[in-house]
Ligand binder design. Sequence first.
Ligand SMILES: [Zn+2]
Ligand SMILES: [Zn+2]
Length: 352
Amino acid sequence: MGEIPKKQMAMVIQKTGGPVEYKEIDVPTPGANEVLINIKYSGVCHTDLHAVNGDWPLPTKLPLVGGHEGAGVVVAKGDLVQDIEIGEHAGVKWINGSCLACDFCQQSDEPLCPKATLSGYTVDGTFQQYCVANAAHVARLHKDIPLDAVAPVLCAGITVYKGLKESGARPGQTVAIVGAGGGLGSLAQQYAKAMGLRTIAIDAGDEKKKMCLEQLGSYAFIDFTKSENVAKDVQAATEDGLGPHAVILVATAEKPFQQAAEYVRPRGTVVFIGLPAGAYVRAPVFESVVKMITIRASYVGNRKDTSEALDFYRRGVIKCPFKTVGLSELQSVYDLMHKGEIAGRYVVDTSK
Ligand SMILES: [Zn+2]
Ligand SMILES: [Zn+2]
């Protein structure tokens, strides 16, 4: 293990709205219960763009180093850290740390901890070469997992896996994935399949249709731009015509959130995961009652969800296509996101 440098390169925003600047900053020092990770690769998530733009109802720290899908090597650790060693591979995810003592932490709901710190949002994240994180919360990465390819799994993969668990759907049951052709949606279909669920993909366009049916394992595709009645078509795609047992909403528009209660199966569960800006949900009370449906929301995974989601990935049943660019080119990735031209995930290489 080489010397830890005093300075490093990072992408930093000084004020909300950006710009994001490639500059030299100090290497942070881990606290007693933290590790210092030499980040090799970091995924770029839409949340990072929200952090730059400040359009979520939660302020970021400033100046800010964004990023929350970082994979690398542990290079230093605090005195209290005992269960992870220098040289091991680890991932930094959205939940950077939590108190581990509050009512929520005690029940493994650490994403709900009032003292949770958020990587690349309330604490500096992974768009730097050296990042600190609470040792209890870093993802343990087996050495046979490639650090570039796993980066997007650390946010998107864990998030959809958690949502599928929250849906309560059991092996053999059917789940509709709304926004199936996007990054979260394509992972959701693969996790669902690996969990023994059958999936109906809902999205738009022939390219996405082909991808969902031929590569991602869905048995049906509903194109909401071509369907005259999405609810009817989704129900008709289930064997008995009564609708899917669960609906996973990873869409970025509000309308599908309004529709899901109409076509979910009686006793079924609608799970909100996507975060369309400023969106609200209305559901018909009468139908909701007489169908006894559940509408719930799912945030990010806890530590156990993280290790389970990574274990699926390690077994090769989850593929997440990505492109790699240098850390210094992060702005070009944000520009593509702004234009809605992102296909697949981007991963930044912190060495350039
Ligand atoms: Zn993310
Ligand atoms: Zn807590």
